[in-house]
Design a protein around this ligand. Structure first.
Ligand code: OSB
Ligand code: MG
Length: 359
């Protein structure tokens, strides 16, 4: 699917998305949808759309067949022998959750135990050609009603961007996301400068595996650190909080391997008084609908990177497309499952590769 505009981060630039959609069937032929959120290359994390395809075919399907899952909530445990590859697992696990909710005749968000029928939305704005272009984008998203603006930063495009956005928009809720582009050894002074701009958070400044340096950095900053790439499981989220490596957590369904793990992390964070929010991976409407469902859980108290289909796609693959209200919210859907109907004809027209696995 071609993106309406390129999306640039410290790790690269996306102009189109190759998206792996999973359909999970039961014996009656009923079907649930999931989206694998791995990117095209191993630059956000180690997974790619092609490694996920291979892991699903060769390892996830046989394990599921053996494990005889009867509930979506068991899938993550059945797949635990497969190390990592969480986005591959998440694509399948989330499809099973949708199937289960459809069979039960209830919206997925209710099936997950969501309690917030209206979710709060922010946007993530990629690196732009110029500061003027960035300011224009920020202005446009604010006028659409989005409640929080996040801008991408990288070495050489950081303090000046933040300074410009902040002086033009003194009172907006603003955060930055570095996608692991900095190191504590080289960049402590620079990261300290960000403290003066009243940011809601600094997202993933350092390397994904480096909870210890994030904890050191958090002690040196007033601004909360939010971890994205670092948080891959419940255990490791607990470690991050125990170490003081962050004060906010970005939960991405794919990165943590699906709804069961995501739900456990938000529940734990909530018990510790740590806010969480839903991150995005430039999803199609299917992954986006799953993100909306997850965002209704009680721990999701900050606006997520869950925004309208029209920011990404000329035409989404679900009906209706996802829209955001003038006050920057999305109402959780009232129909069964993910609550947005996948457009089979459009998916068919975009499909370049397919595999059917019988368990
Ligand atoms: O770090 O949150 C991130 C997109 C791709 C990979 C990583 C990230 C992002 C975004 C965009 O920030 C979120 C979205 O709008 O889907
Ligand atoms: Mg991020």
């Amino acid at each position: 699917m071609p993106l309406l505009a390129p999306f640039e981060t410290s790790f690269g630039r996306a102009t189109t998305r190759r998206i792996l959609i999973v359909r999970a069937f039961d014996r009656s032929g009923a079907c649930g949808y999931g989206e694998c959120t791995a990117m095209e290359g191993p630059f956000f994390n180690h997974e790619t759309i092609d490694t996920a395809w291979m892991i699903i075919e060769k390892f996830i399907a046989p394990l599921l067949s053996e494990g005889r899952a009867v509930e979506a909530s068991q899938i993550s445990r059945i797949l635990a022998p497969i190390r990592e590859n969480r986005m591959a697992k998440g694509g399948v696990e989330t499809a099973a959750w949708d199937l289960e909710a459809r069979l039960a005749g209830i919206p997925l968000w209710r099936h997950l135990g969501g309690t917030q029928p209206v979710i709060n939305c922010g946007v993530s704005i990629g690196l732009q050609e110029s500061i003027e272009a960035l300011l224009e984008k920020v202005a446009r998203e604010l006028s659409s009603g989005y409640q929080r603006i996040k801008i991408k930063i990288k070495p050489g495009s950081d303090v000046q961007l933040v300074q410009s956005v902040r002086s033009r928009f003194p009172s907006i809720t603003l955060s930055v996301d570095a996608n692991s582009a900095y190191s504590l050894d080289h960049d402590l002074d620079l990261l300290r400068q960000l403290d003066q701009y009243d940011l809601l958070m600094i997202e993933q400044p350092l390397a994904a595996g480096d909870l210890l340096d994030h904890a050191r950095l958090q002690r040196a900053l007033r601004t909360p650190i939010c971890l994205d790439e670092s948080i891959v499981s419940f255990t490791n989220a607990a470690h991050a909080l125990e170490l003081g490596a962050c004060r906010i957590i970005n939960i991405k369904l794919g990165r943590v391997g699906g709804h069961a793990e995501a739900r456990a992390i938000q529940e734990f964070a909530r018990s510790r008084g740590v806010p969480v929010w839903c991150g995005g991976m430039l999803e199609s409407g299917i992954g986006r609908a799953h993100n909306i469902a997850m965002s209704t859980l009680a721990g999701f108290t900050l606006p997520g990177d869950v925004s309208a289909s029209a920011r990404y796609w000329a035409e989404d693959i679900v009906q209706p497309p996802i829209t955001v209200s003038k006050d920057g919210t999305i109402d959780a859907p009232s129909s069964d499952g993910i609550g947005y109907e996948p457009d089979e004809a459009r998916i068919e027209a975009l499909t370049v590769r397919r595999a059917e696995i019988r368990l």
